[in-house]
Design a protein around this ligand. Sequence first.
Ligand code: F6P
Length: 350
Amino acid sequence: MRVGVLTGGGDCPGLNAVIRAVTKSLIHHGHCEVLGIEDGFEGLRGEASRARLLTWDQVSGIVHMGGTILGTSNSANPLKDDATLAQVERNVRALGLDVVVAIGGDGTMSLAHGLARIGLQCVGVPKTIDNDIALCERSFGFDTAVATATDAMRRIESTAYSHHRVMIVETMGRHAGWLALESGIAAAADVILLPEIDYDLQPIIERCRRREQRQRYTVICIGEGAKERGAGLTVREQVAHSPDPVRLGGVGHVLRQRLQPHLQSEVRTTVLGHVQRGGDPTAFDRVLATRFGHRAAQLVIDGQFGHMVTLQGGHIASVPIAQVANTQRKVPLDHELIAIARAIDVCLGE
Ligand code: F6P
């Protein structure tokens, strides 16, 4: 059997551990050749496909490495139009692929699902530092991103108390606040603002003023999808529609402008950005990625195509890709961590 492996969408720590586990499990099983497709679906839709045979040695020594040895792309849509789809079909035939293991987020799962139209079978592996893939309680990369954001916030706290400042730290998390919530709690942020709860300015001002009197510094953690109540579009949505997106900055900058006139302390913003996606995966993410990769290989061997590997109740399982394509898992408002945050008096902007 010829199995293609690709990584699509934004990169994420742990991708190489999945590539390694899929490839080694299939080679060890026997009767399988594994082709690494370059730059996600981009490698399948050009006039000449871009793919290379993955050997045991080529996927050795990469479990600890961040990024993806196969490369990835955010914009490659194999379903763009009939001509593109026909080219993908020709490339898949020329490569002799029986199935593709697609490692990616909800967008990649949606594309993998759509490729069934040309008879291309796929097995999905969920990846995102945002931890927002439907029916998957934890994706690899999230643990690493939480650790990175937590470490950054602790560093920012030491400069915050030295300068008696209000420091706003913006984390990633387009649709969901998992990253802001977990790293905010781990770093003991005083205010945590999530896309799931539109915030009011007044409780944040009051929290900062109270702390100006006593501790004399405040750390605010804000997820990039958060917005002020009544603000209409999120800053991300405004950026998407703006002719001059650079001027808008991000949610952290918007919050700084809104807060500063009400406070005596200086307010500063740090956008953590892609540093959260880079670097070596934690041991937890290496193990989870290896479990996902091994199960994906098993699905291939068992002919259980059209399924995505997942984690449910701490166990590796699989669900139909159709059920997860283009849907996001947000933090439920009754989530334990939200209740705990309130109980320990973290300000959620309510
Ligand atoms: O992987 C999802 C994500 O981390 C989002 O939180 C973030 O908005 C996005 O990637 C940014 O990705 P890029 O800069 O590659 O478009």
